[in-house]
Design a protein around this ligand. Structure first.
Ligand code: HEM
Ligand code: NAG
Ligand code: NAG
Ligand code: NAG
Length: 320
């Protein structure tokens, strides 16, 4: 009696421990060291090649990881095409006609599949490619923990809710990031991602024609390429040095040269709101780099699937 009871107890303990292990499996820096030792170098080479072809691709890959992680966690849900049973995130307002780099991710995935079949998740590809992009453009490196698994579903409306819009005011920017556990200075430092890349006219037109907290020469120059009607996809650089990951974005904000309404919201110029953080990062590049790296590591840990959760997709665009 006693022994059969202890067998049952032991079995329950084993099952419970097993469940706990599966549920709480941790990301790890060495996750692919034995299962796919070349994984990190394959991703880095492909990112460097893509950035060498087109510098802006580094910005596009950074944005993909941010948009993945803020919606349903870093589960590569952003990569899922519309499926028979759901409309994916790519059709959501912040993503439609503006996500870039999906082809680069597919190239990386097929190289990884050729090297180690169904081993490296699409979510991990996005996390590593974002870091390698930042490094390729001169920004800080930071360790990326690995072992994320890919999700099996996506909800288009969730991307509209969870991602900030260029029309967003400071209060709602703070709220959107607070919902994911980021305070106001982390929101500001992450917005520093706009030190690289570009935005389309449709996303800054109302700012350059209608707003008053904008440098007039800056606005006038942009009106040349972003007309009041038409040219919706014409590009404007997000800061004065869009090919370099540097702290110019913050100095530009202090000059009224934020391209997006949402970016200029970070700096009022009267010491209120998040002005102090902008001033700090504008004058202290090392602080920007180290705070950005820390915040990105935190972004990469949002809502991750680990252990036996989710799956490793074979094709990043669809569930296996
Ligand atoms: C703070 C709230 C944010 C808002 C409202 C916002 C909004 C936008 C918008 C509207 C664009 C231009 C899209 C287009 O015109 O096609 C853009 C581009 C970009 N965003 Fe953000 N974003 C935010 C935060 C972030 C964060 C946290 C990161 C990364 C850490 C990031 C990285 C980028 C990059 C790199 C680009 C340029 C992409 C390219 O050139 O392909 N953004 N963002
Ligand atoms: C859609 O189907 C996939 C299987 O192909 C499943 O894993 C997923 O949960 C489904 N999503 C919804 C929203 O029903
Ligand atoms: C936000 O959180 C970071 C990381 O924990 C911390 O270093 C920073 O001081 C916080 N900022 C504010 C405004 O509380
Ligand atoms: C991956 O899946 C997408 C969406 O179903 C499909 O269009 C594409 O052809 C697939 N790619 C490969 C290499 O099979």
């Amino acid at each position: 009696m006693a022994s059969s009871c202890s067998v049952v107890v032991t079995a329950i303990v084993v099952v419970v421990l097993g469940m706990a292990a599966a549920a709480s499996a941790q990301l790890s820096a060495t996750f692919y060291d034995s299962s796919c030792p070349r994984a990190l170098s394959i991703i880095r080479s492909a990112v460097n090649a893509a950035v060498a072809r087109e510098t802006r691709m580094g910005a596009s890959l950074l944005r993909l990881h941010f948009h993945d992680c803020f919606v349903q966690g870093c589960d590569a849900s952003v990569l899922l095409a519309d499926a028979p049973n759901f409309s994916g995130e790519q059709g959501a307002f912040p993503n439609a006609n503006s996500l870039r780099g999906l082809d680069v991710v597919d190239t990386i995935k097929s190289q990884l599949e050729a090297s180690c079949r169904q081993t490296v998740s699409c979510a991990d590809i996005l996390a590593v490619a974002a870091r390698d992009s930042v490094v390729a453009l001169g920004g800080p490196s930071y360790p990326v923990l690995l072992g994320r698994r890919d999700g099996t579903t996506a909800v288009q409306m969730q991307a509209n809710i969870d991602l900030p819009a260029p029309t967003t005011n400071l209060g709602n920017l703070v709220t959107t990031f607070a919902r994911r556990g980021f305070n106001s200075s982390e929101m500001v430092v992450l917005s520093g991602g706009h030190t690289i890349g570009a935005a389309q006219c449709t996303n800054f037109r109302s700012r350059i024609y209608g707003e008053t907290n904008i440098d007039s020469a800056f606005a006038a120059a942009l009106r040349g390429s972003c007309p009041q009607a038409g040219g919706n996809a014409n590009l404007g650089a997000l800061d004065s040095t869009p090919n370099a990951f540097d702290n110019a974005f913050f100095r530009d904000l202090m000059l009224g040269r934020g391209l997006l309404h949402s970016d200029q919201q970070l700096y009022a110029g009267d010491g209120t709101g998040t002005d102090a953080f902008v001033r700090n990062y504008a004058s202290n590049s090392a602080q920007f780099f180290s705070d950005f790296a820390a915040a990105m590591a935190k972004v990469g840990g949002l809502g991750v699937l680990t252990g036996s959760q989710g799956q490793v997709r074979l094709n990043c665009s669809r569930v296996n």
